[in-house]
Design a protein around this ligand. Structure first.
Ligand code: ATP
Length: 419
């Protein structure tokens, strides 16, 4: 079911002096739909407009043209508070003078209205109302506590409560539930300056979760974490998102994050969407050269070819390079193949006769332990290959690069679209 709809979104910023008064278009007619409960990853190089898109959805920037809607509700004119969208920032954006508890409770207290300010938080000394804690205790000790707790967490927050203590008890219940889910309960009385980067990140995530929003927007929330914590936290975010079922738009420029987290990935370049597809479809069927280069590491090998007459079901191609390609004869194109499918041998492989392998010379070896990447020169071009870690090959050695013909992609040399 479609939930978040971005229709013909166009955004310009007023020009600086360098642009001679002309506004610069940062987003150019973006169309994107995200299904209810879907985890959509928005990926693209720095400056392509990812954060601007999130900020427009959150209401932190104004739309130049086009429409944004969630659940059929038009967002364009709504102030951020009324959008029911929570955003997690790369910088965490926690309130430094508030405890973790109060940071988590902040959005809920704002939803509750001006009475909130009158009541000090339980974390700052006063005993909270007990009803919420009893409910939470029951939910957490119940055999299906996780499901029950989630039901409670996703229950709509009452808009009008008669007593501050009643509201405070509900806030307390939700704050503690979220803290439990994110394993930050022991940190509730600390201030942000007393937390590690990973802990701050979890508090920022918890603050967004506690509000029980319709949509999560996450802007590179892992980029300040070290590699190990990043891997752990990305798994945690995916698990929580699945359990809560909240529609999520997650921005990153890290294609490993994109591949491992998203139900679908939207690839952006220079303010335009290039392709929207599930991770493996993007990897195996890139719509154009940009997507092919951006997704996958190490990157694909690209070779220019002029396709000649078909021979034996294949077109033979080009200038000194007996590279087998599918496609029409006559056109100029770029062939591309993933290093994964190119490996090194000094004899023919897979029964493919030697002339269909590419000759090259090893320039560099990068041993990662599980496999070794090779940089190989062929006709003054650098190609990527990989081998098993114990495969006996050395720098300077003459090798064959074997290409599985069915794994070769072809892009039009002019339009760069897949052929
Ligand atoms: P990164 O991955 O580096 O965060 P991004 O893809 O999120 O990049 P944006 O922050 O959306 O990119 O920026 C897109 C373009 O819009 C950039 O060229 C940026 O300089 C420009 N831009 C962003 N905000 C403004 C602004 N307030 N005024 C003028 N230009 C802006």
């Amino acid at each position: 079911m479609t939930h978040l709809v971005i229709d013909q979104l166009y955004k310009t910023f007023p020009a600086g002096p360098a642009h001679r008064g002309e506004a610069t278009a940062v987003l150019r007619r973006i169309n994107l739909t995200v299904h209810a409960g879907e985890f959509m990853v928005l990926v693209g190089p720095s400056g392509c407009g990812k954060s601007t898109l999130l900020r427009l959805l959150a209401g932190l920037e104004t739309v130049t043209a086009g429409t944004l809607s969630v659940g059929g509700r038009r967002l364009n004119e709504l102030p951020p508070k009324q959008r029911n969208i929570a955003m997690v920032f790369q910088s965490y954006a926690l309130y430094p003078h508030l405890t973790v508890y109060d940071n988590l409770a902040f959005g809920l207290r704002r939803m509750r209205g001006p009475m909130a300010a009158a009541k000090p938080s339980p974390a700052s000394g006063e005993k909270p109302g007990t009803q919420g804690n009893q409910d939470l205790g029951w939910a957490l000790s119940h055999s299906t506590w996780w499901r029950e707790a989630l039901t409670m967490a996703t229950r709509p927050f009452p808009k009008r409560l008669r007593y501050v203590s009643q509201a405070e008890a509900l806030i307390d219940q939700r704050v503690r539930l979220v803290a439990r889910m994110l394993q930050i309960e022991p940190l509730l009385n600390r201030h942000p300056r007393q937390l590690s980067g990973g802990q701050k990140q979890r508090v920022a995530l918890g603050r967004a979760m506690a509000r029980n929003p319709e949509v999560f927007l996450m802007d590179e929330p892992l980029s300040n974490l070290d590699a190990k914590l990043r891997v752990e936290t990305r798994a945690q975010i995916v698990t929580l998102q699945r359990q809560l079922g909240i529609t999520t738009l997650y921005v990153t420029h890290d294609q490993v994050e994109a591949m491992t987290m998203g139900d679908r990935i939207a690839v952006m370049h220079q303010g335009e969407l290039q392709q929207v597809a599930p991770p493996l479809e993007l990897y195996n069927h890139p719509a154009n050269r940009f997507v092919a280069e951006f997704i996958g590491s190490p990157t694909m090998n690209f070779l220019p070819v002029q396709i000649k007459a078909p021979a034996g079901g294949w077109c033979t191609a080009t200038s000194g390079c007996p590279y087998p390609v599918p496609g029409r004869s006559g056109c100029r194109a770029m062939t591309a193949a993933r290093p994964f499918w190119a490996f090194v041998r000094n004899i023919s492989v897979w029964g493919v006769p030697a002339p269909k392998n590419l000759p090259g010379q090893v320039q560099r070896l990068e041993a990662l332990g599980s496999e070794t990447y090779l940089t190989v020169t062929m006709d003054n071009q650098l190609l990527q290959a990989r081998i098993a870690p114990d495969y006996p090959v050395q720098v300077g050695q003459e090798v064959w690069l074997a290409i599985a013909p069915e794994q070769v992609h072809l892009f039009d040399a002019q339009t760069e679209q897949a052929l």
